[in-house]
Design a binder for this molecule. Structure first.
Ligand code: CA
Length: 233
């Protein structure tokens, strides 16, 4: 009941410049119980989100004003908006790698064409994941890696490293379960909130980026061939 109430109150900023597509999405999201603000331009989206932060941003990649990548970068740079979950809509399959590979911090992406039902399911998964994040927890340490989950800070050998929301969650789960192998499916479920099979390259891409950021401590994040990943404590 609580979950349902939280869901019904979630407000989504839908940033999409194609009126027909925006209307189909708005209609289906409203039917699913979400409040939806449709914003047709990237620059306006930035203003609106800063003025009245939504619970989630559903963002098209190709937009007039500022494109989706520029909007994402600006939002993730600003501490006031950095933690708002952001789901990207992409027109082309090849854009997906670009989005996942860039230092952007989108929480999920949905390739076009998509069914409105799929969009609703993905949004629920992202919101559930965010709602499930504990506000405060112990400080986690593995060698030179320190995570302060309450302050959302990460350090390697005393130097703060900037992690995206997804990278932080991934590292936190690996640290909480250090020494134990985590399969890609397990990580997809626990970090991304997916119950079903989703392309597990998402996990590999994020692990690669995380390793780069861990620098001298990168070797702690081991690949267990054919299984998944493990963080050595
Ligand atoms: Ca567009």
């Amino acid at each position: 009941m609580l979950a349902f109430r939280a869901m019904a109150e979630a407000r989504i900023a839908l940033v999409e410049d194609e009126p027909d597509l925006a209307e189909v999405l708005r209609f289906n999201l409203a039917k699913a119980g979400f409040e939806v603000d449709v914003i047709p331009r990237g620059d306006l989206a930035l203003e609106e989100v800063r003025r009245r932060p939504p619970q989630l941003i559903l963002l098209d990649l190709m937009l007039p004003g500022l494109d989706g990548l520029e909007v994402t970068r600006a939002l993730k740079r600003d501490p006031a908006t950095a933690r708002i979950p952001l789901v990207m809509l992409t027109a082309k399959a090849e854009e997906v790698d670009r989005i996942v590979g860039l230092e952007l911090g989108a929480d999920d992406y949905i390739p076009k064409p998509f069914s409105p039902r799929e969009v609703v399911l993905r949004i629920r998964a992202v919101l559930r994941r965010h709602a499930g994040e504990p506000e405060a927890e112990a400080r986690l340490e593995a060698g030179g890696i320190v995570l302060d989950t309450a302050a959302h800070r990460s350090e390697v050998n005393g130097v703060e490293i900037p992690l995206t929301a997804t990278e932080f969650r991934l590292l936190r789960i690996l640290m909480e379960r250090r020494g134990r192998v985590q399969s890609r499916a397990r990580l997809l479920a626990d970090v991304w909130g997916y119950a079903e099979d989703v392309d597990s390259r998402t996990v590999d891409t994020h692990v690669r980026r995380l390793r780069r950021k861990l620098g001298p401590e990168a070797d702690r994040l081991e690949t267990v061939i054919g299984v998944g990943y493990r963080l050595q404590g």
